[in-house]
Design a protein around this ligand. Structure first.
Ligand code: ZN
Ligand code: ZN
Length: 422
């Protein structure tokens, strides 16, 4: 038997209804902020990610699915989507169209990580990028958007972490201070940190090894080394968040190790009772377009949400079964009723109900199927009902059967559904 590849999975009904629900909620929030969808290919030239994500990152050095195409080109399944969006922005000269480019995407990404709960090698991200402005107002708005998407999808206890990583004017000075300090303490750090303290000192701040945490907490903070322009930018972002009533915690260790990341970085964790899981990450990348070969600067900021983790976060509050529930199971008795039920099915579907029409004409068997399908209602139609212009309506949860005029069925269903427990 051939099985799905390790680290990948099938999303089956009714669970797929939850994914659809989350994506439709996200699309609706994006629409209200006038973000428009961009769909980029799931594979690109390897060089795009090597440059756009960074040769030195775990993603590029260990986790990419890369192969040589028949013409010798090195291709890679996208491990994230920001580099592709910027590549599309450059390729299609989107800078020539006036105004901000506010783009969102929903789709699969691929990384060869060690499989564990909530982490897959094919995983989905919901993300957005706003390209064309350095203004702190854009940072505040996209953070508000990110939190709105999470909240609309049902995430409770979202916690915003915020930092600034400076700019090419001030960060190199900080990195030097960090390097000096690391030279003194590197013996106490894990092997990865020992290596990073030479190659990319900022990434030491990301280390999750518990034994390293005290030492890392004692390292210098980027926030003490911001230049005047970066300090002002960061303060304005905070003021604009406060004006929106958005709470946050400053986390000076929240950095990204790549040169094109500038100023604002943020992360959202969720979870009651102290179990904080990261569900969203984002930040500004004012130098990325140039790193990818653009002659026009394209300051931008974006975020991505791990959709697999988002589903885990809300699945105990939102019932996939309820979202996928069948409204009406139609049961015809006899040949005339079969024709009548087909007409009825058409009308009810037109009114927005989900409807199944029993193929099996034995009432008992059909009723069992209605039960198994989890239908809210069964509607039974026989020759007598047709003659009287009525149908028998059975509320499956309450096991109550009533007779309803055929013309009033839609209204009766809406009334009953409205009163039914959600
Ligand atoms: Zn600066
Ligand atoms: Zn470490």
């Amino acid at each position: 038997m051939i099985r799905a590849i390790r680290g990948t999975r099938d999303i089956l009904p009714p669970q797929s209804a939850l994914w659809n629900y989350i994506e439709s909620q996200a699309r609706e929030v994006f629409r209200t902020y006038h973000y428009q969808e961009i769909r980029t290919p799931v594979f690109e030239e390897t060089a795009l990610f090597a440059r756009g994500v960074g040769e030195d990152t775990d993603i590029v050095s260990k986790e990419m699915y890369t192969w040589t195409d028949r013409d010798g080109t090195s291709l890679t399944l996208r491990p994230e989507n920001t580099a592709s969006v910027i590549r599309a922005w450059i390729e299609h000269r989107l800078d020539q169209i006036p105004g901000l480019k506010k783009l969102y995407y929903i789709g699969p990404m691929f990384r060869r990580e060690r499989p564990q709960k909530g982490r897959y090698r094919q995983f989905a991200q919901i993300g957005a990028e706003c390209i064309g402005s350095e203004s702190p107002a854009v940072d505040a708005e996209i953070i508000e958007l990110a939190l709105d998407v999470l909240s609309r999808c049902g995430v409770r206890h979202a916690h915003l972490l915020l930092n600034s990583v400076g700019c090419p004017a001030c960060r190199p000075g900080f990195v030097e201070r960090l390097r000096e300090r690391l030279a003194a303490v590197r013996g106490r750090l894990c092997p990865d940190c020992q290596r990073r303290s030479e190659t990319n000192p900022l990434r030491v701040l990301d280390c999750k090894v518990p034994e390293d945490q005290n030492t890392i907490d004692s390292l210098p903070s980027i926030l003490d080394h911001l230049c005047e322009a970066c300090r002002k930018h960061f303060e304005t972002v905070q003021d604009l968040l406060a004006a929106r009533g958005i709470g946050y915690e400053i986390r000076s260790r929240l950095v990204r190790g790549l040169d094109y990341y500038t100023r604002t970085t943020f992360e959202v964790t969720h979870g009651a009772l102290g179990a904080q899981n990261s569900i969203l990450g984002g930040g500004r990348y004012d130098g990325l377009a140039e790193a990818l070969g653009s002659r026009v600067p394209a300051p931008g900021i974006g975020f991505s949400i791990g959709e697999d983790r988002l589903v885990l976060a809300v699945e105990d509050q939102i019932s996939a079964e309820e979202l996928a529930r069948l409204d009406v199971f139609l049961i015809p008795i006899g040949q005339a009723a079969l024709t009548e039920c087909a007409r009825l099915a058409r009308e009810l579907r037109g009114a927005g109900f989900s409807v199944e029409l029993a193929a099996d004409q034995k009432v008992k068997r059909a009723m069992e199927l209605a039960n198994k399908a989890g239908a809210r209602f069964a509607v039974i139609v026989g020759d007598d009902e047709i003659a009287r212009g009525e149908v028998a309506l059975k509320d499956m949860a309450k096991a109550e059967q009533t007779t309803v005029a055929r013309s009033a069925l839609g209204q009766a269903l809406l009334r009953a559904r409205g009163s039914a427990p959600a």
